[in-house]
Every structure is written in C-alpha cells, then in structure tokens.
Design a protein around this ligand. Structure first.
Ligand code: ADP
Ligand code: ZN
Ligand code: ZN
Length: 738
C-alpha cells in the first residue's frame, strides 16, 4: 500500500490523500496517528484508509508517525469517526473519551514504566531506616514501595512520594529497585471472596424472554430487546443467564449500570456467577488499574465488563452482548462535556456495528425506548410479577395542605407517615425516607427585601448546613461561615429567616420526635470520603439503623429486605421544572423509590407526601401504572413535537462577559436560521436553568427538527469561537432547562 487517506481532526468529512514513504510501508495501519502537511503547515490526523493509488496524484508524503494505531481496535475507530460526526466534536476529543488516559499517553509515546522491588521487604526496611536522614526523598520512595503488592507505575510512585525521577534512579543504581515496561495486573477485586451462586429456575415470563434473547445471540444478528419489568421481577436474573449463554458460545459481554448502582451489592452478584472472567470499571480505579483492566479486556481475558457510562467503549473482542441496566437513567448521558454522548444509544450502535445482541432493561423504560419497542424496532418483553415471593407495595398519596394547616406550617411529616414510622420502629422493621434536598435549610432569606442569600459566583441561593454552621453553594462549593446576621443587600436590621427543608433537618427532627431512634443519612455530604458510601449501606443492611434518610442516592438499585416502609417527603419540586422530561423524571423516581419497599418476606408500604395530590404523574406513579403513564406522555410529546417526534440540539455558550456571551449565541442562532430549511425551528436565546455558574454566564438555545445532522453540519463550521467563550453542542440533550 503506497497511499493513505488521512482525516484531519477538524474536517472529518474531507479526507486527504498522502503517499507513504518506503520506510513506513506496512507500518501504517488504519487509525494510526500521523502528521501531514496542509498548505505548508503541519497538522495531525488519523489514517482512514490504505490504498494502492490516489486519483489526486502526485500527493505529498506523510511527514511523521505520532503513534501506532494497533492500540485502537478497528470497531472503536469506526465508532469514534461516527461520534465525531454525530456529536459534532473533534475526533481527537472523541478519542480522549473513548480511550482511558493511560492508554492515550501510551499512544503519545510516553512509556509506561513500572517500578518493582529487587530486595525483600525486610531488606528495604533496613535501607529505608538508614536513608531517612541522609536522603528523605529516597526514604519516601521506599515507604511507598513497601506498601505496594508487586509494583507500581512510575508516575504514580512519583506522585505519591513527591520525589523526583533522579531519586528513583539512585535507588535503581543501588540495586534496590528495578524499572521495567512490563505490566502488572492489579485486579481491583483481588483478595475478595465470593460464594458461587447457581442460576435460578426461570418463571415463564423470564424463560420466554431468555429464549428469544438466546436465539438472537446464537444467530449473531443485531437485535435490540427491551425488558420492561417491575423492580424485583427478575430482570437481573435474565441478564445473568443471557451472559452465561454468550460466554458458552465464546462471545464477549459489556454490561452498563448506572454509577450509583455500581455498589458492592451489584458487583458481588455478578462476581459470584462469573468469577475470574469479570472486569469492573468504576471511577475509583486509578489510572494504572484502568489501564490494566483495559488490556485484560483487549487480550480477551476478561469476558464480561461491568461499568458505568464509559464502559460502553470497552475494547471487547468478539463482542456479542451489550446490556444496559436501568436504561432510562440520565447518568448514561454525558451532558457536561463534549462529546455529549448517550451511552444507551452508543450501545445500540455498537450492537449494530458488531452484529451483537443489545439488552435494555428497566422498570420504567425511557419514553424513547418504549416508543421504539411499540414500533417494532426493539423486541419488548414484559415481566409483570415479582420473581420471588415478595408482592408489590401498597402506595398511598397524602395531601400535605391540610396537614400543614393543622400544624400551622410546622411539620414535614404527615400523621400517616409518623404513625407508619413509629409502627415499624416498634416492630423492628426498617424505614427509608427520601428527600431530594441535602443540607439543613435550603435558603436564608430577608423578610424585608424578600431576597435569599445568593452565591457570589453562581445564580443560586445558598444552602444552610447546620453541622458546619455555614451557608454553601451546591454548584461551586463557595462557603459563608457563619451565616450573615443581617441582610447584605438592604442592610435591614431585622433578623434573617431560614426556609426550606433538607435531609440534615429531617434527621434532627426524627431524633426529636422519636428519642432513641437510630438514623443514618446518605447524601453528598455524608459520602464525601472514599468508601463511606459502602460503609453506610452495609451499616443499614446489617440493621445498625432503623431509618435511612437520603437523596436520590438511595432511590435506586438498593435491595434491603427489612425495609417495609418508604416515605417520600416531598415529591413536587422537580414537577415544576420547565423541562419536557420533568414528568418522566418524577414518574421514574417515584416508581424507583417505591420499589425499595417490601423486597423481603413482609409486604411493603409507600407513602408519598405532596401538595399536588391531583397531579396525574403522581397518581400514575402511585398506581404503578407505567403503561398508562406512557400513553399519556407520548400523546403530550406528539402534540408538542418533542422527542421522539423530533430531534433536539442544544447550544450552550458560556463566558465571563454577559453581553459578549449573548452576542455570540445570537450570531450562531442567526446563522442557523439562515441556513436551515423550514422544517427546523430555532428557539430564542435564553439564560440556562443555571444562568451563572462559577462566574460564567450561560446562555442557550434549542434547535428542533426532523434530524440533527444538518444542524451539526452547520455548527461544525461556526468559525472561530471568541477567546474566553466556551461553546457546548449537546445533541439530544437530556434536559432542555439546565
Ligand atoms: P430485578 O433485576 O428485576 O430487580 P432481580 O433479578 O434482582 O430483579 O430479582 C429479584 C429477586 O428475585 C432476587 O433476589 C432474585 O434472586 C430473585 N429471583 C429472580 N428470578 C428468580 C426465579 N426465577 N426464581 C426465584 N427467584 C428469583
Ligand atoms: Zn434584605
Ligand atoms: Zn456558587
């Protein structure tokens, strides 16, 4: 092959031809990162194709090879090209998302070096003692080397010991350590022990679903299955047996779970079936561990990958099955950074590219997926009953208006909920209380000017945290301690007033209402430290507390058989959000929370407190009637032309200077209006739901139309973005408000 066509980072639709110098022939593979001249300037690009001839001949030669490409599997390279186009993101940035950082540094020719001990621990300890005074840096390195099992990445060692490369070199010269480019596998699950579980005998609904999934797997035809099953209906058991089939016929499996579900509970369940064949990718892995897992997968040693969103990019050879658990979860969408990809969509696309079977599962499927199933694009399987003996909980709605009137505004608990809590506490059963607000009070406001104390850098009122006696911003972390005594704005001498209820206050009031009750609280404040999440869950599971209070962290995926009462303290806030997905989100959340009750032998009860008892979303969630909710919601989507009846693109421009930010957003908007056909509607520029964050103004607008392609095409060429401004293009955003 004497020619290559090369895609440049920014112009992915216009590949250019180059000749390959003789010394590199045979070395340049598809996906190789190369340097090529364009109008006498050097640019980097990727080899798209190898060819015998070029119709543009004579062409210029490739100037340099930046990195070998055999690290990127061909299917992932194709995926990257597709994503660059669809998500309107430079290829280089897409590859950054697809490949773990440590693999990329490999590509950039930074060698991965591992440091290992050449002496026994005892000998090293002796040296370490001797060196403590003479060379503290070398002693610090040895300290770290005494902690590691077999070895450590040089970069990690330098970071941890805060020593320099030359200190490591002296230790190597002394024959104490050795450096090698050999990799050491440090499986994150090493050391844990599991008892093996056996597949359960499936009930008829499960068996039918599995049968059809099996035939997809065996025929190796791309097919997507949607399993709609109430919580506890045995979806996971179907996943487990589908994985078993895939493994038997030699296929690799990727299973995506929401980050919050990546708890020991889930991992243990999969580990216990497929010991040794599993790689778990979660955000707590170090760079080194991530790199090892990536190579283990690539080499075909880990046949099953479990991970959050980005695990969809695992380099799995012979990929045959991709599972997306809780497919409706918004955490599958990357919204804060480009490419703003939706991992569920990528899963379906990878399935198509690899002729694999895709399995989506949920108790509350996303409107889009259910719509696809109703149109025959996906195969729908419904699991109606709970798989074990547990029955569905009894759900009731409590109107908080009369309760509030009775208590003159001084209550967060209805009588019914209080009685329920007392009853369970006396019986030794457990209670889960859900409130989507952390902190003690949600605002501090001035009775005179009626304004809440705001963050200096964001457009958000500050939350009061009693424990620290401070106000804090949940967007940027700004703190004001202690809280101001008088209003900063109008200087009125009247005292300020706290308002709004958070999880911290609920915990305190429960302790006052039920002296001696044991509470645990789980929210972003109590799970800041590594491992605290697991510790809290374990403490609750082992009965160290009667009540668990928490934010959305406790809403999903958890399985506590002793919980017989679930209370939703206030379900209204999110319903008032001006977002076309608001009702869907509330329905999903309430159904998930309700699903936490009665998972054991005792029946469960759910109490939903609300000021909008007649709201149909709340009523349908209480009735646990997904199909009715879907029918209602799809009608609204159709009437207002929202997805799946249209596609959306959101453009967000942010910058320090409000008028410059707005001007640029308006300019892009005008450009779109001019170039798009009549089928496209370009909505006005508005401040985002968070109008200012960390000192940056945020302005956005939406484009709605039959497809996103023409919009991306125009946005790809919006020209130079003014310095100090940032632009984010979000294709089919999960929220139109934030
Ligand atoms: P889901 O994933 O839909 O929430 P799970 O697969 O976790 O449901 O099943 C809920 C419970 O029922 C689990 O304890 C599981 O072990 C059990 N289970 C699932 N399928 C069966 C079955 N066919 N027979 C008996 N128990 C089952
Ligand atoms: Zn004031
Ligand atoms: Zn802030």
């Amino acid at each position: 092959m004497t020619f290559v066509s090369v895609v440049l980072d920014l112009a992915i639709d216009k590949a250019l031809d180059y000749s390959v110098p003789p010394e590199w022939q045979g070395k340049l593979l598809r996906g190789a990162h190369v340097e090529v001249p364009v109008r006498n300037k050097m640019h980097s690009g990727y080899v798209l194709e190898l060819k015998e001839s070029s119709c543009f001949s004579p062409v210029k030669p490739v100037h340099g090879i930046l990195a070998d490409a055999d690290l990127i599997p061909p299917d992932l390279f194709d995926l990257a090209l597709w994503m660059a186009r669809y998500y309107c993101t430079p290829l280089r940035q897409v590859l950054k998302t697809i490949l773990p950082a440590s693999i990329r540094s490999h590509m950039e020719h930074k060698q991965q070096l591992f440091v290992m001990r050449l002496k026994t621990r005892e000998e090293l300890q002796e040296y370490c003692k001797e060196m403590r005074n003479r060379s503290p840096a070398q002693a610090a390195i040895l300290d770290e080397m005494l902690l590691v099992k077999k070895g450590i990445l040089l970069t990690e060692l330098l970071e941890k010991s805060k020593a320099s490369r030359s200190s490591v070199k002296s230790l190597i010269a002394k024959g104490l350590l050795q450096v090698d480019s050999v990799r050491i596998d440090r499986s994150p699950l090493e050391g844990a022990e599991y008892c093996r579980t056996k597949p359960k005998k499936l009930n008829p609904e499960q068996a039918k679903a599995l049968q059809e999934i099996k035939s997809s797997l065996e025929s190796r035809m791309f097919e997507t299955h949607l399993i709609h099953g109430v919580t506890g209906s045995g979806k996971t058991e179907v996943y487990l047996q589908a994985i078993e089939t895939a493994l038997q016929i030699g296929q690799g499996v990727i299973m995506l779970v929401p980050e919050i579900a990546l708890t020991q509970q889930t991992i243990e369940r999969f580990r216990s079936r497929f010991e040794g064949k599993i790689a778990v990718l979660h955000y707590r892995l170090s760079h080194g561990e991530r790199c090892d897992e990536w190579h283990r997968i690539r080499r075909g040693e880990a046949k099953v990958v479990i991970g959050a969103r980005s695990a969809v990019f695992s380099p799995m050879p012979n990929l045959g099955l991709i599972i997306v658990d809780e497919e409706h979860e918004h955490s599958y969408k990357q919204g804060d950074e480009m490419p703003c990809y939706q991992a569920r969509d990528i899963a379906v696309l990878r399935g198509k590219m690899n002729k694999a079977t895709v399995l989506l599962g949920s108790a509350t499927p996303s409107i889009e997926s259910h719509y696809n199933a109703s149109r025959g694009k996906y195969k729908l399987h419904t699991l109606k009953a709970r798989a074990d003996t547990a029955s569905l909980p009894v759900v009731s709605i409590v109107d908080m208006a009369p309760e509030f009137a009775k208590a003159r505004g001084f209550t967060n608990f209805s009588e019914k909920l209080l009685e329920g809590i007392k009853d369970r506490w006396q019986k030794g059963e457990q209670v889960l209380l859900f409130l989507n607000r952390r902190g003690y009070h949600t605002t501090l406001f001035c009775k005179e000017c009626k304004k809440a104390v705001q963050c200096q850098h964001c457009d958000l009122s500050l939350t009061y945290h009693m424990h620290e006696n401070a106000l804090s911003c949940h967007l940027c972390g700004y703190r004001m301690a202690p809280p101001p005594k008088a209003c900063i704005r109008c200087r009125s001498p009247n005292p300020m007033k706290f308002q709004g209820v958070g999880t911290e206050l609920i915990e305190k009031s429960l302790q006052a209402l039920f002296p001696g009750v044991r509470c645990l609280r789980m929210d972003a404040d109590t799970t800041r430290h590594k491992g605290s999440h697991q510790r809290l869950l374990r403490a609750f599971a082992t009965g160290k507390a009667d009540i668990l209070i928490g934010t959305q962290m406790i809403a999903k995926g958890l399985h506590f058989p002793q919980v017989t009462l679930v209370g939703v303290l206030n379900s209204d806030a999110s319903l008032n959000m001006p977002d076309f997905r608001a009702s869907e989100g509330v329905f999903q959340l309430l159904t998930q929370v309700a699903g936490r009750a009665g998972r054991g032998e005792f029946p469960g009860e759910v109490i939903i407190q609300t000021f909008m008892p007649d709201n149909s979303t709340i009523q349908l969630a209480a009735a646990q009637d997904y199909n009715a909710f879907y029918r209602e919601e799809i009608k609204i989507r159709e009437a207002f032309g929202y997805p799946p009846f249209s596609q959306l693109v959101k453009l967000l421009v942010s910058g320090e200077n409000e008028s410059q930010t707005k001007a640029f957003a308006e300019k892009v908007r005008r450009d779109l209006i001019q170039k798009l056909t009549k089928e496209y509607e370009v909505l006005p520029v508005l401040p985002s739901g968070y109008a200012r964050v960390k000192g940056q103004y945020r302005l956005q607008f939406l484009v709605r139309g039959p497809s996103t392609g023409p919009v991306s095409k125009i946005l790809e060429n919006i020209g130079p973005i003014p310095k100090k401004l940032r632009v984010r293009i979000d294709i089919n955003p999960s929220s139109t408000y934030f």
